[in-house]
Design a binder for this molecule. Structure first.
Ligand code: ADP
Ligand code: GLC
Length: 495
C-alpha cells in the first residue's frame, strides 16, 4: 500500500469561506478528495474580514511570523473543517492585512498595494503554523503567485528546519496571467537571501516575480489541464514566462480539475424550482421558465437561452461577446449573463439589456444562486475565453445538460468535443480563432442545431450529462505527482 502523506495546502481562497473564482472551488474540494485517499491534509488560508470569527474555533496562543524589516508579526489562528469532512482549515488572523472588504482589491478594482506583504505573510504563517502544530509535511502544495513563495522559502530560509526536512514542494498554476510582480524590497521581507534575486529565479524587470521564483524552486509544477500545460510554454499564452517554463518543463504536469457533484448536479441542486436528471428531464423546462422570469425575459419555450457566468475579464472573451452581440441578437435567441469585474463590461451589457429587453438580460454582480439557475435554465452555455487554464463552468454545464459553446483553448479544449453532424458525436460546439466572426458562426450553428436538429441536440445532451469529471480521479493524479516527486527527491538527496 502507498504511504499516507502529510500535505500542507495553502491557498488564498477556498469555498465555502471565501471565493472570487475557480481557485476557491479547487481549494475547497481537492483536499477532501486527497483525504479520502488516506492523506492528512491541512488547509491554511487568511481569515478575511468577511469570514465571521464567531463560527470558528480559536486556537490559543499567538503565531509569530518573521517578516524581515517589519520584525516578527503576531497573528491569531482560527480553525474549522471543510464541510462534510474532517479536513482542518486554519485561518490566519491578522487585522492589518486581512481586515478589509476585498480579498485582493478594493471596491473599485484597485489591487491592494501591500499584496506582496499580505501573501508572503500567509506563505510564512503556514510554515510557522506547521511548527506550532508539530505537523511535518511530506508535501507542501502551493497555489498561484499568492503562495508561490513557499517553494522558495523551503529551499532557503526553512531549508534546514527539522519540520520541513523531508518535504517536497508542488506549485499549481491556476492562472499564469497573475504572477505577483512587486518592488524588489519584498526580498528582505521574504528573507530568502538576495542570491535568489537573479533572472533564473525571482528577478524580473528589476522587481520580484513571485510566480517565476516559485516555479524555479518547486520540485514539481502542475497546471490545471494538459492543454494549458502545453500552451504556457508558448509566447502566446506564456505572459512573458514561456521561456522560463520551458526551462522547467521536465517537472511540469497537467491535471484537469474535477467538480463537486454534491454542489453542481441538477438532481440535487436546492436552487432549482424543480430538480431533473437524465431520464426525467421535465424539470429542465421549469428551470428555463424560472430563469426567464427571474431575469425579466418573456418565457418563450422554443427559443434557445444562452447563458454566461464568469468574471468580466478579458480572459473570459467578454470583448469577443461585446463585438459580436449586435449580430447575435438578430438570431432567434435569448441571452442571460451573470458577471462582475471590468466596469466597461458591466455598463456595456446593462446597456444592451436596456435596448433588447426581450432578448438580453444581464445581472452585474456575484450570486451563487443565479449561477446555479443559469446552468440549469439555459439551453446553451457560452464560454469564448481567450485562454482558460481549466474552466469549471463548462464542466458544470455538461452535468446540467446545457451544451457549451467554447473556444478551443486550455481546459475548454480538453473537456469539450466538437459536434460532428456526420456521426452525431461531441458534447458541445467549439471554435479556434478568437474573432467575432468565429464566435458568431459557432453560436449560430449551435442555435440552428437546437432549433432544427433536436435529435442531435438531445443525443449530445444525454452524453454530456453522463460524463463525470470527479475529484477522485484528479486527486489520484496529484497523488502520483506527490509520490513521484518525493521519490525523485529522496534519490537525489540519498535520504
Ligand atoms: P475563473 O477561476 O477563471 O474565474 P472558473 O471557471 O474556474 O473561472 O471558475 C469560476 C467560478 O466562479 C465558478 O464556480 C463560477 O460559477 C463562479 N463565478 C464566477 N463569476 C460569478 C458570479 N458573478 N456569480 C456567481 N458565481 C460566479
Ligand atoms: C483559474 C483559471 C480557471 C481555473 C481555475 C481553477 O482561475 O482561470 O480556468 O478553472 O483557476 O483551477
Amino acid at each position: 500500500m502507498n504511504q499516507s502523506l502529510n500535505i500542507l495546502f495553502t491557498a488564498s481562497e477556498a469555498v465555502p469561506f471565501a471565493k472570487t473564482g475557480g481557485l476557491a472551488d479547487v481549494a475547497g474540494a481537492l483536499p477532501k478528495a486527497l483525504a479520502k485517499l488516506g492523506h492528512n491534509v491541512v488547509v491554511v488560508m487568511p481569515r478575511y474580514y468577511s469570514i465571521d470569527k464567531a463560527g470558528l474555533e480559536h486556537i490559543p496562543g499567538p503565531l509569530g511570523v518573521p517578516m524581515g524589516p517589519m520584525g516578527e508579526l503576531w497573528a491569531g489562528v482560527y480553525k474549522d473543517t471543510l464541510p462534510g469532512s474532517d479536513v482542518p482549515v486554519y485561518f490566519i488572523d491578522y487585522e492589518a492585512f486581512y481586515g478589509r472588504g476585498g480579498l485582493y482589491a478594493d471596491e473599485n478594482g484597485f489591487s491592494y498595494t501591500d499584496n506582496d506583504n499580505r501573501f508572503v505573510f500567509l506563505s510564512k504563517a503556514a510554515f510557522q503554523l506547521c511548527k506550532k502544530l508539530g505537523f511535518a509535511p511530506d508535501i507542501i502544495h502551493a497555489h498561484d503567485w499568492h503562495t508561490a513563495a513557499q517553494t522558495v522559502l523551503k529551499t532557503s530560509r526553512y531549508a534546514f528546519d527539522e519540520t520541513f526536512k523531508k518535504a517536497a514542494t508542488v506549485l499549481t498554476i491556476h492562472n499564469l496571467q497573475h504572477q505577483g510582480q512587486f518592488f524588489k524590497g519584498v526580498m528582505d521581507v521574504m528573507e530568502v537571501g538576495w542570491e535568489h534575486f537573479n533572472p533564473h529565479e525571482l528577478e524580473a524587470m528589476d522587481g520580484v516575480n513571485l510566480l517565476k521564483g516559485g516555479i524555479a524552486a518547486a520540485d514539481a509544477v502542475t497546471t490545471v489541464s494538459r492543454k494549458y500545460a502545453r500552451e504556457i510554454q508558448t509566447p502566446e499564452f506564456g505572459f512573458g514566462l514561456d521561456n522560463h517554463i520551458r526551462a522547467h518543463a521536465h517537472k511540469l504536469y497537467g491535471i484537469l480539475n474535477g467538480v463537486d457533484y454534491d454542489e453542481w448536479s441538477p438532481a440535487v441542486d436546492p436552487y432549482l424550482v424543480q430538480n431533473y436528471d437524465i431520464g426525467e428531464m421535465a424539470g429542465k423546462a421549469s428551470c428555463k421558465k424560472d430563469l426567464q422570469e427571474r431575469f425579466g425575459l418573456p418565457a418563450w419555450e422554443d427559443v434557445p437561452v444562452i447563458g454566461f457566468v464568469g468574471r468580466f475579464a478579458e480572459q473570459k472573451g467578454i470583448g469577443l461577446i461585446a463585438g459580436a452581440i449586435e449580430g447575435l441578437l438578430h438570431l432567434n435567441v435569448q441571452f442571460v449573463m451573470l458577471g462582475t469585474g471590468e466596469k466597461w463590461a458591466e455598463g456595456f451589457f446593462s446597456d444592451v439589456a436596456a435596448r433588447y429587453p426581450e432578448k438580453f438580460a444581464c445581472h452585474a454582480g456575484y450570486s451563487n444562486e443565479l449561477a446555479h439557475k443559469i446552468e440549469a435554465g439555459s439551453d446553451l452555455f457560452l464560454m469564448p475565453s481567450l485562454f482558460e487554464p481549466c474552466g469549471l463552468n463548462q464542466i458544470y454545464s455538461l452535468r446540467y445538460g446545457t451544451l457549451p459553446i467554447v473556444r478551443a483553448t486550455g481546459g475548454l479544449d480538453d473537456t469539450i468535443q466538437n459536434y460532428d453532424p456526420a456521426t452525431k458525436s461531441g458534447n458541445g460546439f467549439k471554435f479556434e480563432w478568437a474573432t467575432h466572426d468565429a464566435l458568431y458562426h459557432t453560436v449560430k450553428w449551435a442555435v440552428e442545431t437546437y432549433l432544427y436538429d433536436r435529435d442531435a441536440y438531445r443525443f449530445m445532451q444525454k452524453r454530456a450529462m453522463e460524463a463525470r469529471f470527479d475529484w477522485e480521479s484528479s486527486a489520484k493524479q496529484y497523488e502520483d505527482v506527490y509520490y513521484h516527486t518525493l521519490y525523485a527527491k529522496r534519490v537525489r538527496n540519498y535520504q
